[in-house]
Write a protein that binds this ligand. Structure first.
Ligand code: ACO
Length: 297
């Protein structure tokens, strides 16, 4: 049993910052940032996560009659309750019986939410799955090792349960304080450790799914990886022997928006993901977590 993407939307944000912005303020250079990460620009917003959520979900045009579930993936919302998913339900006027919940699995949150939806929904029923991250509230803009990486972002999909192929693989490893955020503080990260974890664990996870479904690299039509670093993306593609042109990426424009990277990629490439295509997806990050999906679109 699987999921079909019915609609996908991305929220446009108002403040665009290029690498020069950081070059002028920190001991870094545009060239270093682009060469080591692939990032050229990122967006920030003055909106809070509640306002971002309202603005995002108002963009959806789909019929919400069969909606049974709303999940928001976020680690960066300041308002602990009500959940952003409850605010989304109220905003779109969905049925009061819709189950609304927020989850936090950092950058792997969106793919985790898709797995929950696939398990929860009955055939023909729908879910709104979105991510809303205001990472700028938790960034130390004086720390060059993290400030250059992140952006704010929100995007989501409406999915409908069907009977197509959908398999997943999840892994949670010891975090060893590699990626942390405490209340009232800013994100700290040991970038090299996260990098190593990603290039080792993401291919393993995706190979497991390809093996389970007996699909070879040339039978994979599209691949969407969490947008953290283009060197991670290229290394995973090389390891899997999947052509670069099957990989959607917009890291250069948006930077790392945590749970929002995958739905932003989906929203921007929605028309290019065709019915019947085999899509690989993997979110990875704090946890340390890897959450991968192989699905027929
Ligand atoms: N500008 C210039 N120099 C820098 C910068 C910077 N912004 N940041 C680090 N450096 C320096 C370091 O100090 C170091 O200098 P040294 O050799 O004199 O000690 C050198 O550059 C190399 O530093 P590394 O940390 O080894 O740089 P690396 O090539 O590993 O790149 C990066 C750092 C981009 C952070 C990389 O490790 C990375 O992308 N890691 C993965 C991050 C990630 O995937 N996060 C996802 C999860 S996020 C989430 O879950 C919320």
């Amino acid at each position: 049993m699987g999921l079909k993407f019915i609609e996908s939307k991305n929220l446009d944000l108002e403040i665009k910052r290029d690498n020069l912005y950081f070059e002028e303020r920190l001991d870094t250079s545009s060239d270093w940032i682009e060469k080591r990460t692939g990032i050229k620009t990122r967006f920030f917003t003055e909106l809070d996560t509640e306002e971002m959520t309202k603005k995002l979900v108002k963009n959806f045009k789909s019929d919400i009659e069969n909606l049974d579930l709303i999940i928001c993936a976020s680690f960066s919302t300041k308002r602990r309750m009500p959940s952003l998913s409850s605010i989304a339900r109220e905003t779109i006027g969905a049925n009061e019986n819709v189950l609304c919940l927020d989850i936090n699995l950092a950058c792997a949150g969106f793919s985790a939410a898709l797995i929950l939806a696939e398990k929860y929904l009955e055939k023909g029923r729908k879910a709104l799955i979105f991510a809303c991250e205001k990472i700028s509230d938790y960034m130390d803009f004086s720390d060059r090792s993290t400030a250059i990486l992140f952006g704010d972002g929100a995007a989501g999909v409406i999915v409908e349960k069907n009977e197509k192929l959908f398999i997943s693989d999840t892994k949670s490893l010891n975090h060893e304080n590699t990626l942390n955020l405490y209340e009232g503080e800013t994100i700290t990260m040991e970038g090299k450790k996260v990098y190593r974890f990603a290039v080792e664990e993401v291919p393993k996870s995706l190979k497991k799914l390809m093996c389970e479904s007996d699909l070879k690299p040339d039978e994979i039509d599209k691949i969407i990886l969490h947008q953290a670093n283009y060197r991670i993306i290229n290394s995973v593609l090389k390891n899997l022997e999947i052509d670069e042109d099957k990989s959607f990426s917009n890291l250069d424009v948006y930077g790392n928006t945590s749970a929002a990277t995958i739905p932003i990629v989906i929203a921007e490439n929605f028309e290019k993901i065709k019915d019947g295509e085999i899509l690989l997806m993997s979110g990875f990050g704090a946890g340390l977590s890897v959450v991968s999906i192989l699905m027929e679109c």
